[in-house]
Design a protein around this ligand. Structure first.
Ligand SMILES: [Mg+2]
Ligand SMILES: [Zn+2]
Length: 183
């Protein structure tokens, strides 16, 4: 039975794989950080649930389609699986900023989707890891504990310095996982 206090929710681009200002539009452009794949697998092997909440407005913008996104996520799940772990759920927002959806971060819709999919009463006490402020903002109303990583846009987010009160900051996902599993 999933337990929110043993759940880590990850942003994707800039946390698990290299971010791109030109969007990650194809499987070839989806380039994971090996240390992040290993970190996800370590969490999973230690009994944690790992879910992903990712904005994918490139779909609304017509840069790639949902089948391409599925192919990236199948590859992600394969690599994590090969490392002995699993991903409990992937929630993505395919909408653009002007679509008026309730799932595009900083709104909490993707996290609500994860909560329902995992059958949890609430996400209070779970961890939300991202490289952008909006990732952390999405987790806030759900009671998630905020973690910023410096990969992707993270260093820029840290330099802007806003909204990070109470956030833990690590160089990369693997550093957070080292800390969490050592707690
Ligand atoms: Mg990101
Ligand atoms: Zn959406």
């Amino acid at each position: 039975m999933p337990d929110a206090s043993r759940l880590v929710i990850l942003d994707r681009d800039g946390v698990i794989n290299r971010d791109s200002d030109a969007y990650v539009k194809s499987l070839d452009e989806w380039i994971p950080y090996p240390s992040s794949i290993e970190a996800i697998a370590r969490l999973s092997r230690a009994g944690w649930d790992v879910a992903i909440a990712t904005n994918q407005s490139g779909i609304a913008r017509g840069y790639y389609d949902e089948a391409t996104l599925e192919a990236m996520h199948a590859e992600l799940e394969k690599q994590v699986g090969d490392a002995g772990g699993e991903i409990a759920y992937i929630a993505y927002c395919p909408h653009g900023p002007d679509d008026g959806c309730s799932c595009r971060k900083p709104l909490p819709g993707l996290l609500e989707e994860i909560r329902a999919a995992l059958g949890l009463e609430s996400l209070a006490g779970s961890w939300m890891v991202g490289d952008s402020l909006r990732d952390l903002q999405a987790g806030e109303p759900m009671g998630c504990r905020p973690v910023l990583v410096r990969t992707g846009k993270g260093s820029k987010t840290e330099a802007q310095g806003e909204g990070l009160e109470g956030a833990l900051i690590f160089d990369e996902l693997a550093g957070f996982v080292d800390w969490l599993l050592d707690k």
